[in-house]
Every structure is written in structure tokens, then in C-alpha cells.
Design a protein around this ligand. Structure first.
Ligand code: SF4
Length: 444
């Protein structure tokens, strides 16, 4: 791992992402269970089968353990209860027995922010004291939760603020699922006991909810970290999220965003089956090597071939290509035409998200001009490929992504605000949004 904060100005950035597999500090997780000081076991993040095993180990016979695990799984993930005493179909005498041996955890909330446009942002803390972030972005027809998979990141994408933080560790299954649980808690979106999910018809198929009446409708694995470098935990967490008796979100409403970990992409399609987004950001080797350094290991051609082979990709389920607009770096007409050529060459069912760069103090790039972004978008669009320019959200929320995370960076808040004001004035009608939207705009 490299501490890029100590990198000499103008120096060459080290590329930990070049090392594969990436060395990741381990948590003391044993068979999905993180030891607690009080000796009780946190069930958050565990599947039915593991819960049943633990109940059996605690003294229930196999049949009872299986039944109780099924009930507890439902209460845990589908109803969102955090106390066993609320599990009304479990015998009253059984509930204290469970309470003595098990807990239902959530990540701690260090800070919660709420924008006037509805965007919400949380700084969360793991039980061992590491901070990470989560953002909820409501739109007219959907509510998207941006979920983190790691604390920090190994990959050092040069446009990304998280890339300047060292990787601390992978998040556990419980910490990943816990983000979704916490968001549902905050949105007040759990069904009442004996009732049904707000806005959900009784006969609606679980796992295929529509947006109607639901606040949290979509999940993007696009927060801190590279999800495919924490594949097993991300997969196991999303399986609980997709389980009809768990959080019951359709795989069509979940998108995993990768910087291009090619060897894991097919596995992601096969074992998780969610939508794919790719941090492309450049169409030539030199530029992508610079801004998404994992490109030195898995080049553009290899990456696009893996996209073409992605299980389940079709015109109905297009692959999203994220493209951050960096002034004089990747934003020329020639770049746009090359992007079109590549997408056509690999016959990719694609949409392109153009992301105005959100600078932070010390960022090595500037945002492209509004005119350049428009021209780039037009070229891609005229080739028949959707290429919307994203509008950042939550601009009034206090502090930026990453600014929440480190006290040292909090000190540069005033400078960040000044840069933001300058850039917004320069871009005129192209609102940059608060730098808080690094999470949404400057990441993969
Ligand atoms: S864009 Fe994603 S993979 Fe790249 S440094 Fe940022 S968090 Fe890591």
C-alpha cells in the first residue's frame, strides 16, 4: 500500500493496483462472525444456513435451529427489527435465550447529512473504528443508495479522492448489508409487523419491486473501494439484498461498478448477476494508464472484451461506461470518436455517463468546459449511444466525500469551498454540485 498523501509533488504515483492479488489487511472474522467483547454473536450479514448452524451450536436441535433461522432471517432482513423481543412469531421464552447469545448489529453513524434536494450522506464507523461513507440519492422515479465495499482503496485512480486514501481493509458482509439496513432505518421504510412494505401490493412478486411507493429502489456498489477486490463479501451481501425473504431488491436494480478488474468480471455476472458499470474514463492506453492505473494490468481491449462477454448484458441491460470529463486530458472530439469506435467494435450494449470532474484541493486535473462536454456528448449521442451529462446532487451538504473521513482534510474545507465557487462560476449553468458528490461523480 502507498500513502499518496506523502507522495512528492509532481512525483510518479505508485500503483498498488498493479499487484494482483491485492494484499488486504484481514479482520478477525471467523466463518462470517466478527468476535465481540461481550461474547455474543452478531447475526448481521449471515445467511440462513449459517444462522441455523450457530443456533445448533448454541444448543437447539437441528430441526428447531433450521426453523428459528428461517424466522430470524425474515425478521432480520425483511422486517428490519433489531431486537429479538420484537419477533412475535417466536415463542416468548425463546426470545431472551436469543438475546443472551446473539445481537443484530448496524454500523455506527458518526455523522449524517441531509441536503435540501433530498440527498443524504452518512459517515459510518465499523466496530473496530474505521470510517466509511454511504450516500442516498433520491430522484423522481427512484432512490439510489451508493454503497461502499472497502475502507479506502488500493487503486489510486488519479481523479478520485478515495484513491488518495490508503486501503484500511475490506468491509465484511455484515458491514455491506448493514449499510442498506441503516438506510432503510433512516428512511423509515420497514414494513410494520403483520403488514406489508409500504406501497407494495400483496401480490407483488418479492425481488421485483417497482419504484412505486418505495424510497430505496436501487443500489450502486460505487462507494469507497473496488468491489471486485472484495468479491466474496460483496457477493454474499448482495445475495442477502436480493433474497426474496431478505431485502428483496431485484438484481435489475443493483449495479456493481468496477475500475476494470477483468478476471472477476465474468464471475460477477455468473455469481451475482447484477448490472455492470465500468470506470472507463479514457480511450487511449497512455491516458487510461495515467488516470486509471489498473489499466497497466488489464488494458482497454481486454476490459472491453470482458464487457462484451459479461453474462446477461443485452440492449435491455446495457453496460454503463463512466467517463469523467478532464480538461485537455480525455475530452477531445477525437476521444469521443474513438469511444464510439471502441463501443461499436466490441458490439457493446452501452450507455455512457459523462461526469463533470469535481476538483478537490491538490487535484491534478481540471473539469472540461461546458462547451467541450456538450460537444463530446453530441458526438457520442449522434452515433446512437446514450451519453447524458450527470448533474451532481446534494451541493449544500456540509463537507465533501473524504472530507468527512479525515480530520486533516476537514482543515482544507475553506479551500475546497473556494475552489468549488470558482469552478462553479467558471462553468456557469453547469452546476458542479457540492464536492460532496465525489462519491457519485468522481468514482467508478
Ligand atoms: S475510482 Fe474506485 S477503484 Fe479508483 S481509486 Fe476511486 S474508489 Fe478506488
Amino acid at each position: 500500500m502507498t500513502d499518496t498523501n506523502s507522495m512528492p509533488a509532481g512525483g510518479i504515483m505508485a500503483i498498488p493496483g498493479q499487484i494482483d492479488p491485492v494484499p488486504v489487511p484481514r479482520t478477525a472474522v471467523v466463518d462470517g462472525v466478527t468476535p465481540r467483547a461481550d461474547g455474543r454473536i452478531d447475526l448481521m450479514g449471515l445467511p440462513r444456513k449459517r444462522i441455523a448452524e450457530l443456533f445448533e451450536q448454541a444448543g437447539l436441535d437441528a430441526k428447531a435451529a433450521k426453523l428459528r433461522a428461517k424466522q430470524v432471517f425474515h425478521w432480520l432482513y425483511h422486517r428490519g427489527v433489531t431486537r429479538f423481543e420484537a419477533m412475535t412469531d417466536i415463542a416468548k421464552t425463546m426470545r431472551p435465550w436469543l438475546e443472551d447469545r446473539f445481537v443484530i448489529g448496524r454500523p455506527d453513524i458518526v455523522e449524517a447529512q441531509h441536503s435540501t434536494d433530498g440527498t443524504r450522506k452518512w459517515l459510518l464507523r465499523t466496530a473496530d473504528g474505521h470510517d466509511f461513507e454511504m450516500v442516498f440519492i433520491p430522484d423522481a422515479d427512484r432512490g439510489t443508495l451508493c454503497v461502499s465495499s472497502q475502507v479506502g482503496c488500493t487503486l489510486n485512480c488519479r481523479f478520485c479522492h478515495t484513491g488518495t486514501m490508503r486501503l484500511v481493509r475490506n468491509l465484511t458482509v455484515g458491514e455491506i448489508v448493514g449499510q442498506v439496513m441503516l438506510a432503510r432505518d433512516a428512511l423509515g421504510e420497514w414494513p410494520k409487523a403483520g403488514g406489508n412494505m409500504a406501497g407494495l401490493d400483496e401480490d407483488e412478486d418479492e425481488g421485483s419491486y417497482s419504484a412505486d411507493g418505495r424510497l430505496l429502489t436501487n443500489i450502486v456498489m460505487m462507494g469507497m473501494g473496488e468491489p471486485l477486490y472484495n468479491f466474496d463479501n460483496v457477493r454474499d451481501a448482495l445475495k442477502i439484498v436480493m433474497d426474496g425473504d431478505g431485502l428483496a431488491l431485484s438484481k435489475r436494480r443493483i449495479t456493481l461498478s468496477t475500475s476494470g478488474v477483468v478476471p472477476k468480471m465474468a464471475l460477477c455476472g455468473e455469481e451475482i448477476g447484477v448490472n455492470l458499470a465500468v470506470s472507463l474514463h479514457a480511450v487511449t492506453k497512455d491516458v487510461r494508464d495515467e488516470i486509471v492505473p489498473i489499466n497497466k494490468k488489464y488494458g482497454i481491449e481486454e476490459l472491453l472484451q470482458a464487457c462484451a462477454d459479461y453474462p446477461g448484458a443485452s440492449n435491455a441491460r446495457r453496460i454503463t461506461f463512466e467517463y469523467v470529463m478532464l480538461k485537455d486530458k480525455n475530452d477531445s472530439d477525437a476521444d469521443a470518436r474513438e469511444l464510439v469506435r471502441l463501443l461499436r467494435h466490441y458490439n457493446l450494449p452501452a450507455k455512457v455517463n459523462l461526469i463533470p470532474f469535481n476538483p478537490w484541493p491538490g487535484a491534478p486535473y481540471e473539469c472540461s468546459t461546458p462547451e467541450r462536454i456538450r460537444a463530446f456528448s453530441n458526438i457520442v449521442f449522434e452515433a446512437g449511444i446514450s451519453a447524458p451529462v450527470r448533474t451532481p446532487r446534494g451541493r449544500d451538504i456540509d463537507a465533501a466525500c473524504g472530507q468527512l473521513k479525515t480530520a486533516a482534510e476537514k482543515k482544507s474545507r475553506a479551500e475546497l469551498e473556494r475552489l468549488y465557487a470558482e469552478k462553479e462560476a467558471e462553468l456557469g449553468s453547469y452546476r458542479l454540485g457540492c464536492p460532496v458528490t465525489f462519491l457519485r461523480t468522481n468514482r467508478h
